[in-house]
Ligand binder design. Structure first.
Ligand SMILES: Nc1ncnc2c1ncn2[C@@H]1O[C@H](COP(=O)(O)OP(=O)(O)OP(=O)(O)O)[C@@H](O)[C@H]1O
Length: 240
């Protein structure tokens, strides 16, 4: 379970996250918002990678506790690695950092994602392959909370499908997934709940089934709740 309460993230004068509160429990929770809405800042706060105000808890543990890192698997939006390391070395390095002796899950994931170039330095790998390495690193310790920040970027059809299945299994096994994405189709298909975030605030929560009941697409719901539908109409008028 993930609990985020009254979260604020500031960068100097910029209030990137402004009192955000939400919970995700044994489900796929999607944070959806326009560019700059505060999604990545929220995720970084959960990872204790930026200073923040408020309270974050992961499966009963304060997210400020170092031990929480073993409960979380995180695929960042931008994969930044030690470029001269090879995936195999990076996997061993991360396992050592986490105190993980059993590399069998990592090995299975390497095979599943068909990561044949584990002995090549990271800077020589394609974007999609780097993404797969990030996914293996995020999953190798079987985390309870999986955080995917635009994790489908650059993945081929096979790997994207595999990741979708992994997400489903994560929840089936009692885990939780926090998703941040711009891709409506993924949010609509994969998420149990969707939180719309705008200017650092949660402006609405919905579920794909509620949207279906109302015959509304997530795209329309998103544009209306963020007020972007009006901006879009004005922009289109200007183009006429
Ligand atoms: N390191 C930083 N220094 C200063 N401002 C920052 C920094 N990182 C993010 N911001 C600002 O904080 C706000 C939220 O950014 P954030 O990256 O969290 O949004 P996002 O919803 O993830 O956006 P996107 O969908 O474009 O990835 C934006 O105004 C952004 O410019």
């Amino acid at each position: 379970m993930l609990k985020v309460e009254a979260l604020k993230v500031r960068y100097g004068d910029v209030l990137a996250v402004d009192g955000l509160t939400f919970q995700a429990k044994g489900e796929v929770y999607c944070l959806l918002g326009p560019n700059g809405a505060g999604k990545t800042s929220t995720v970084k706060a959960i990872m204790d990678a930026v200073p923040y105000e408020g309270y974050i808890e992961v499966y009963g543990v304060n997210a400020k506790e170092p031990v929480v890192k073993n409960l979380i698997g995180y695929v960042p939006e931008q994969v930044a690695f030690f470029e001269y390391m090879k995936p195999k070395e990076l996997i061993e390095f991360m396992a050592a950092l986490r105190g993980l002796n059993d590399l069998s899950t990592a090995q299975k994931l390497v095979e599943a994602f068909n990561l044949s170039n584990v002995d090549q330095p990271l800077y020589t790998l394609s974007m999609g392959t780097r993404q797969k390495v990030a996914i293996v690193l995020a999953l190798m310790h079987s985390p309870k909370l999986l955080i995917l920040d635009e994790a489908f970027n650059g993945l081929d059809v096979f790997s994207a499908k595999l990741l979708k299945e992994i997400v489903t299994n994560q929840v089936r096994g009692g885990g939780t997934v926090l998703f941040s994405t711009h891709v409506m189709e993924i949010a609509e298909k994969m998420c149990t709940r969707i939180g719309i975030i705008n200017r650092g605030k949660l402006v609405s929560e919905t579920t794909p089934s509620t949207l279906r009941e109302h015959g509304e697409s997530l795209e329309d719901f998103f544009l209306t709740t963020t007020g972007l539908d009006e901006s879009l109409r004005e922009v289109l008028k200007g183009l006429e």
